[in-house]
Design a binder for this molecule. Structure first.
Ligand code: SF4
Length: 298
């Protein structure tokens, strides 16, 4: 919704986007324990609207490889520029934190590090192994960048024993040059299909935002492309501009269209689809694993 200056007016969210988030005792406790360990989650730094729900499960998302990205996606609020030095203790610290926090499901994500030869794949693999060693009962998901198409880097992450390999295609190919100029749709799609070639038993997952100006036809075509890449799970959420200089929200997609997208994506052959205004990449992440464990997985 535009204000008188033609800028997006976040205050005028549509009714279905309005939400009151109450912090529970469990969430306050978990935050306190995170601070005691000098650890930060993406959930907090991104101000994720689902934090209370996720922290109660508990599940959480950790960002590795620093807070500065080498790319410049227009929809993203992460700092861009000269990336930070790697923290050699990061994997061990996250493993200890997952155990201390009693997480049922842990998601590991990162900025894109085009400055590193392997794109940071070794740090992802080391972090998965550290979590597995510290907390064997926790299921692990890696939300990875495209590693510039390196199959070797992808294989290194898959060899770590991760449960879910997640890579967001973010939007329809037609909008890449506008909102994700350094990325490549075919390269991103190949991260998902190559994962199945390398490890046929891996669960693959992707995510998109809607409300960036895509057409319904483009979204439906994307579902078929993802299904053809044997993508098992998909999240579909409303794009919200992280700040005023970000790419403006083009549309607030109504809930009934999310229901239509979920049904259509499942019909296209994607087994698990989570769609809704506040659905995010790691939202309900642990329920996918539960569905798999209970055999509700085609
Ligand atoms: S690559 Fe990822 S972290 Fe970097 S700007 Fe794009 S969305 Fe943000």
């Amino acid at each position: 919704m535009k204000n008188e200056h033609g800028h997006n007016d976040h205050r005028r969210l549509p009714p279905w986007m309005k939400r009151t988030v109450r912090e529970t005792r469990a969430v306050t406790d978990l935050k306190k324990r995170l601070r005691q360990r000098h650890l930060h989650t993406v959930c907090e730094s991104a101000g994720c609207p689902n934090l209370t729900e996720c922290f109660q499960k508990p599940t959480a998302t950790f960002m590795i490889l620093g807070n500065v990205c080498t790319r410049n996606c227009r929809f993203c609020g992460v700092a861009k520029g000269a990336p930070e030095r790697l923290n050699p203790r990061e994997a061990a610290e996250i493993g200890e934190a997952v155990l201390a926090l009693g997480l049922r499901h842990a998601v590991i994500t990162s900025v894109t590090r085009d400055d590193l030869a392997d794109g940071g794949a070794a740090q992802f693999a080391e972090t998965v192994r550290a979590i597995r060693a510290a907390s064997p009962g926790t299921t692990i998901e890696t939300l990875i960048p495209d590693f510039n198409g390196s199959v070797q880097s992808l294989a290194a992450v898959l060899a770590s024993g991760v449960d879910i390999l997640n890579h967001n295609v973010e939007t329809v190919p037609a909008l890449y040059s506008l909102v994700r100029p350094e990325a490549d749709f075919e390269r991103s799609l190949d991260v998902l299909s190559a994962s199945k070639r390398i490890d046929p038993g891996i669960i693959t997952k992707s995510g998109i935002m809607v409300g960036l100006g895509e057409t319904e036809e483009q979204v439906l075509d994307l579902f078929h492309r993802l299904a053809k890449a044997a993508c098992d799970a998909l999240t579909i959420g409303q794009y919200l501009a992280p700040n005023r200089s970000s790419y403006p929200v083009q549309e607030y997609v109504p809930p009934e269209r999310f229901d239509f997208y979920r049904e259509t994506a499942e019909k296209a052959g994607i087994s698990h689809v989570y769609a809704g205004p506040y659905v995010r990449s790691s939202y309900n992440a642990e329920s996918l694993m539960a569905a798999i464990e209970e055999g509700r997985y085609a």
